[in-house]
Design a protein around this ligand. Structure first.
Ligand code: ADP
Ligand code: MG
Length: 244
């Protein structure tokens, strides 16, 4: 567990962005510490993925800063952020269908560093509990194993921060429990700072140390998951979305 006294390793301050003529994010500030799992929760369309696009370097905010280890990285490209230890997964676990698991690992190694070997790939596969033959086609893997493969490719780079966008999407309950265990291991044992997006509030209590809630581009609540669940503004945001 982390304490409130530890400084955030990765943070953003007062982020604004407009897309398609609309303000999508308004004044978002948040941070995550090493070993901490921060849940980023909110109804569909709240702006969670857009925030990750800004944090990972695919979008530039119209205002605000992104900080890694105290350094302003707002203008750094995705690849340079990856080199500094920022890793990201996407909502859809897209893998190169026609490559084998071994070839996916090889491609990930070569893209990042000539010093990574098959040994690193095997160690990363072990850390995420990926137990499939190296000769299996990536396209033949079930959703959970696709997600594990993509996580393992990231882990080989020894990230300090991981942004996971709806990693539980498409999984059944037993698989979500397994995934939660893996994510807790990444935070607890490897001391990675993790931001985890999920739109289902109820899934975060088992895994997040802390949550922030986004609704219509604004941060409406922050705190430990149970307190946040009871917040009337949070309940209203979910109720209105369901009723709409
Ligand atoms: P979430 O991940 O929380 O479901 P998103 O960040 O994907 O939400 O989307 C937030 C809002 O921003 C939605 O209304 C979406 O339609 C809009 N949006 C996202 N990307 C773009 C874009 N490139 N251009 C215009 N609107 C966008
Ligand atoms: Mg999203």
């Amino acid at each position: 567990m982390t304490t409130d006294a530890a400084p955030a390793l990765f943070a953003c301050e007062d982020i604004y962005i407009r897309l398609g003529g609309r303000t999508i994010l308004e004044g978002i500030s948040l941070g995550v510490r090493p070993g901490e799992v921060l849940g980023v929760v909110g109804p569909n369309g709240a702006g969670k993925t857009t925030l990750f696009e800004i944090l990972s370097g695919r979008y530039t905010p119209s205002q605000g800063r992104v900080l890694l280890g105290g350094r302003d990285i707002t203008r750094l490209k995705l690849f340079d952020r990856a080199r500094l230890g920022l890793g990201r997964t996407y909502q859809s676990p897209v893998v190169p269908d026609a490559l084998t698991v071994r070839e996916v690992f090889q491609a990930a190694r070569q893209a990042f560093s000539p010093y990574l070997t098959s040994f690193h790939a095997e160690a990363a596969a072990e850390k995420v509990g990926l137990h499939v033959p190296m000769t299996a086609l990536a396209g033949s893997l079930e959703t959970l194993n696709r997600r594990k493969l993509l996580l393992a490719c990231l882990l080989m780079r020894r990230p300090r921060v991981m942004l996971l966008d709806e990693p539980a999407a498409g999984l059944i309950n037993a698989e979500i429990d397994e995934l939660d265990g893996i994510i807790r291991h990444l935070a607890g044992e490897l001391n990675i700072a993790i931001m985890l997006v999920e739109h289902r509030l109820e899934l975060l209590s088992a895994i997040a140390d802390r949550c922030v809630v986004l609704d219509l581009g604004k941060l409406i609540a922050e705190g430990d998951p149970l307190t946040v669940f009871d917040d009337p503004r949070v309940r209203a945001a979910y109720f209105e979305t369901e009723a709409a």
